[in-house]
Design a protein around this ligand. Structure first.
Ligand SMILES: CCCCC/C=C\C/C=C\C/C=C\C/C=C\CCCC(=O)SCCNC(=O)CCNC(=O)[C@H](O)C(C)(C)COP(=O)(O)OP(=O)(O)OC[C@H]1O[C@@H](n2cnc3c(N)ncnc32)[C@H](O)[C@@H]1OP(=O)(O)O
Length: 224
């Protein structure tokens, strides 16, 4: 199903990539987990359904930006005191899944349920994420899985990194279709957070992928 893809490519071709643009702080601090014109009907429908579920406070939409705010960078610096974070590099740094143009890469929104330790990510993979013609690249799928599982782990356990990620790709995901990544925290053992997820079609009939992962909470006593 390539619904919406042609239109996206057309608008990308018409506008062209914004070459050499320096990002203003306004652009960098836009919340990208809100609907934009590239979202197709399915994506909007799911978004609205989860916003409805968020009304009683059980689910919370997770805002998402191209750049981490300074306080987040400070949080992480505690664990990497010797890291040479060059000012110039840091000023250009962006969250990988937010680094592509609107509609052509990773379009997603995440919602978290603190009581159930679950994170849901609705994901529309754009035309620049192609692997086998017409389908998403496995690396793009892995990126979204890692990001969604990462949020699930970090929101429960604090700052942690992916130590291990196992994915079974069961069915190819059509480019520009909308899928749902359902993540859950399975258990915690010391600093290890065991999380898992599946990726399903909107109607839940197709199981595209399943994954399990171990995140390890960073230890401030260790010099990373
Ligand atoms: C990721 C930074 C998050 C920053 C958060 C900040 C702000 C939040 C804002 C936005 C969030 C944005 C994104 C979040 C979403 C996505 C996150 C993406 C995450 C990544 O994309 S991240 C990149 C890839 N990731 C790495 O680059 C890790 C490289 N790696 C290491 O840095 C170390 O390896 C580390 C730290 C993992 C562990 O090192 P360590 O020295 O602290 O711990 P140690 O080795 O002692 O192990 C302690 C216990 O974990 C067990 N253990 C260790 N390794 C294991 C493995 N592979 N499999 C199974 N179990 C394992 C041991 O067996 C022991 O278990 P036990 O205690 O039972 O003996």
């Amino acid at each position: 199903m390539l619904r919406g893809c042609a239109g996206l490519l057309r608008s990308w071709a018409l506008r062209g990539p914004k070459r050499g643009r320096s990002f203003s702080s306004e652009v960098l601090h836009v919340d990208h987990s809100l609907p934009n014109p590239s979202w197709n009907e399915d994506m909007r429908l799911l978004f609205d359904q989860f916003m409805k579920k968020s009304e009683d406070g059980s689910w919370k939409r997770l805002p998402s930006y191209k750049c981490n705010p300074p306080e987040r960078i400070e949080d992480v610096k505690i664990f990497f005191p010797d890291a040479k974070l060059l000012k110039e590099q840091m000023s250009q740094a962006q969250q990988f899944p937010r680094s592509l143009g609107e509609g052509v890469g990773f379009e997603y929104a995440m919602f978290h349920n603190h009581v159930e330790d679950r994170t849901v990510c609705i994901f529309q993979g754009g035309p620049h994420l192609q692997g086998v013609p017409g389908f998403l690249h496995g690396g793009a799928i892995a990126t979204m899985i890692d990001s969604a599982l990462g949020m699930c782990a970090i929101l429960t356990g604090g700052i942690a990194m992916t130590a291990n990620l196992n994915i079974n790709f069961r069915r190819p995901i059509p480019l520009c279709s909308v899928v749902v990544i359902n993540c859950q925290l399975d258990r915690v053992e010391g600093r290890k957070l065991f999380v898992s997820c599946n990726i399903r079609s909107m109607d839940e009939k197709t199981l595209y992928s399943e994954a399990t992962s171990t995140f390890v909470k960073l230890d401030p006593k260790k010099k990373n």
